[in-house]
Write a protein that binds this ligand. Structure first.
Ligand code: SF4
Length: 280
């Protein structure tokens, strides 16, 4: 059975970081999702908890911008609401079949509590924008687009952009880990604030309570944009989209229609849900 279509195939020239990452990880998945516009049959619980926690962090800074200082219990209530609202469509899958969803919600609560206590309560920076769409034309054929979690100014007045990560592991300098995403957002922020010489690009790892920062000046902005453009042009010019099966097949929402999918039993929560939905 062919999965339902998403809203539409992504316009050919519009490249987000996620789109390039999909091409890098499995060109066939990229083709299904971005070129054919098919909708993945499920969302993993890991992305569900990430989205719910992001909702809360955005809300915390919105509240502060509106003049109130939300206490932790309100933030945790907000997490529960976001969790339930995002769960409603029946598409969230617990990939590791031995896990239970309650444990992920507890992790979410721990991340929000730790962030509230250690970061938010002490944060004297000023919010410039939350969940802001950034977009930069890189060439005739490629426009970079993405959403920055938070753009702000430090107490000293330096612009920054920070991306919140709920992944179990901290990143490294690879392009599809820490190398490109936040620096690209910083480059886009610099384009928008033409008078600024520097923007800090940060990742905050919520499970670890750590933040890594990188300074992006105009030279560095040019370099990361050129790297992104070269990768986007490779994806644009691709004529073949081979399957690249591996551990990520368990998290791929096309694994029920992919002949090359490799999904071990212990990681088959998504596959089972996709088949159930297919039968319903
Ligand atoms: S199931 Fe695996 S090989 Fe197939 S499209 Fe998804 S990631 Fe690629």
């Amino acid at each position: 059975m062919t999965p339902p279509r998403g809203p539409a195939p992504t316009p050919r020239n519009l490249f987000s970081f996620s789109r390039l990452k999909a091409f890098d990880q499995c060109p066939l998945r990229y083709r299904f999702r971005y070129l054919k516009g098919l909708k993945e049959a499920f969302r993993s619980i890991e992305s569900h908890v990430g989205n719910a926690v992001h909702d809360v962090l955005e809300w915390l800074y919105e509240e502060r911008a509106g003049g109130s200082e939300p206490a932790l219990d309100r933030a945790l209530d907000r997490l529960a609401e976001a969790w339930d609202a995002r769960w409603e469509d029946g598409r969230v899958a617990v990939i590791r079949v031995a896990d239970d969803a309650g444990a992920y919600l507890r992790h979410g609560r721990e991340m929000v509590a730790s962030f509230h206590e250690r970061v938010f309560s002490n944060d004297r920076s000023v919010t410039v924008a939350l969940e802001e769409r950034l977009s930069v034309r890189l060439s005739e054929r490629v426009v970079f687009t993405g959403f920055a979690d938070r753009i702000g100014r430090t107490e000293q007045g330096t612009l920054f952009v920070v991306d919140y990560k709920t992944s179990a592991r901290e990143g490294n300098g690879d392009d599809f880990s820490e190398g490109l995403q936040a620096p690209l957002y910083a480059a886009a922020v610099l384009e928008r604030h033409g008078e600024e010489p520097v923007c800090l690009a940060g990742y905050h790892y919520l499970r670890h309570g750590s933040t890594s920062w990188r300074r992006v000046d105009r030279d560095e902005a040019g370099r990361v944009q050129a790297r992104f453009l070269a990768k986007a042009e490779r994806a644009l010019d691709a004529t073949e989209f081979p399957a690249r099966p591996g551990i990520l097949c368990a998290w791929c929402g096309f694994n029920h229609i992919c002949e090359r999918a490799r999904v071990p039993d212990e990681l088959s929560g998504g596959l089972r849900l996709a088949r159930e939905r297919e039968g319903s």
